[in-house]
Design a protein around this ligand. Sequence first.
Ligand code: ATP
Length: 234
Amino acid sequence: MLELDGVRSGYDGIEVLHGVDLAVEEGEIVALIGSNGAGKTTTMRTICGVLEPTAGRVAYRGEEIAGRAPHDVVERGIVQVPEDRDLFTGMTVLENLQLGAQTPGARENREANVEYAFELFPRLEERRDQRAGTMSGGEQQMLTIARALMGEPDLLILDEPSIGLAPHLVKEVFRVIEEIHADGLTVLMVEQNVKQTLRLADRGYVMENGEITMSATGEELLADERVVQAYLGV
Ligand code: ATP
């Protein structure tokens, strides 16, 4: 479904990704893990068209998407939940959701998708008329995920969805990821919460200093001595 091949990318002439190979097959949950500054967010930004790679290939359903405008990538079915929540804080929950329906198809199904979002996140329905900026961090994070779903993605990209959340909300976010995946969505996620993520993921990649250093099933990575030492705090 998604394939990165030898991708080099970065900021203002500073290369951060030094030839990244990564693939996501339809129906999978794929995790990208790595320490701070490894280049995970840069990888996501490059997939989503925010950054243009200086070399390599990003293909989605067989078509090159590297360097395409972000809205073009969204229209093809890739929607990202960014690490900074980026909500319209002065607008209500409902208005934020409605603005997530970015493509003509998504606009057509907007009302049904709002209902779906409220089923996934009952808390958002209770607060549908509350301004997003006055909600708690956890509620804002849920709204950010729900808003991304309003774009009707085939591939959902999540950058640190559980960052800064209390443990019960982390659990809630993981429950929702499991549920939307069961409903047919393919997921690529970056997460600090390595153990829970690898339990959920079909496959995972480890990134260090802008390169992929390991790739295996979630189960294999969980059992790998190097992963345990570096990322599971043992
Ligand atoms: P974290 O887990 O801390 O979010 P990460 O693996 O997502 O880390 P990136 O955010 O991709 O890492 O950062 C990789 C490198 O790129 C870092 O050295 C960072 O300082 C640099 N970088 C990130 N964003 C920018 C930017 N907008 N301009 C210049 N350099 C940047």
